[in-house]
Design a protein. Structure first.
Length: 229
């Protein structure tokens, strides 16, 4: 296993800084599955981050014959812009703050605390909706492959990784079709491997810019995918 102080990054150099390289999330999942072939038929578990990461994760799990489950993590959005976030909360309450952004936006401690509480409630609700009372994930010493449809700021993934470490996960692998290079740098030394065919160092960075066809994924779509597994 590669030590977490020596995170190995696997990308497709031909796709570096390219836009619209995937047809959709299914296409992105198939490309990632090819990169992750060494895990086929293993005891690794695929953990998709809802909502957008689940369609990608499902393709990988099916192609590699791996178990699929959901890893609920949610960003804390700004009071005046529900599309932008400054923090993230994981399924076990783990919180990751972007203090530099909080300070630059002038958010008060009370506003941050209210945002954390609201998001934690959302996360707890999604755990109930998507896992339907299933027992807690048993991840101790297990290889986990965390999948999302993209990596923008990296704070959502940082919260997920910290929660997985608390749960005793063994080897932690991140698999995302597209990623902001700055976000990858935040994760270096914290995980064992990062697979991302399309790494971009552009500003502003948008996950959607890697896809020809992009749309939001509803909770009903997530439930439908998980039920099929």
């Amino acid at each position: 296993m590669v030590g977490r102080d020596l995170t190995e990054i696997i990308e497709n150099r031909e796709l570096r800084d390219k836009f619209f390289v995937f047809k959709d999330r299914r296409d992105a999942g198939e490309i990632l599955a090819q990169m992750l072939w060494e895990y086929q038929d293993s005891d690794a578990i695929i953990l998709g981050i809802p909502a957008g990461g689940i369609p990608v994760a499902a393709v990988i799990a099916k192609k590699l014959n791996l178990t699929l489950d959901v890893l609920v993590v949610s960003k804390i959005t700004l009071p005046w812009n529900r599309e932008a976030g400054y923090d993230a909360v994981a399924f076990d309450g783990t919180t990751k703050l972007n203090q530099k952004l909080i300070d630059s936006l002038g958010l008060t401690g009370r506003e941050v605390e209210a945002g954390i509480k609201e998001t934690l409630k959302k996360v707890e609700g999604r755990v109930q909706i998507f896992r339907k009372g299933k027992p807690h994930l048993k991840l101790r010493n297990r290889t986990v492959i965390v999948v999302d449809d993209g990596l923008a700021s990296g704070y959502t993934m940082l919260a997920a990784v910290e929660a997985l470490k608390r749960a005793g996960a063994g080897k932690i692998v991140i698999a995302v079709p597209t990623a902001n290079l700055d976000a990858i740098k935040k994760l270096e030394g914290k995980v064992d491997m990062i697979y991302s065919p399309n790494i971009r160092q552009v500003y502003p960075y948008a996950v959607a810019d890697a896809y020809e066809h992009w749309s939001d994924v509803s909770e009903d779509e997530v439930k439908s995918i998980l039920q099929r597994f």
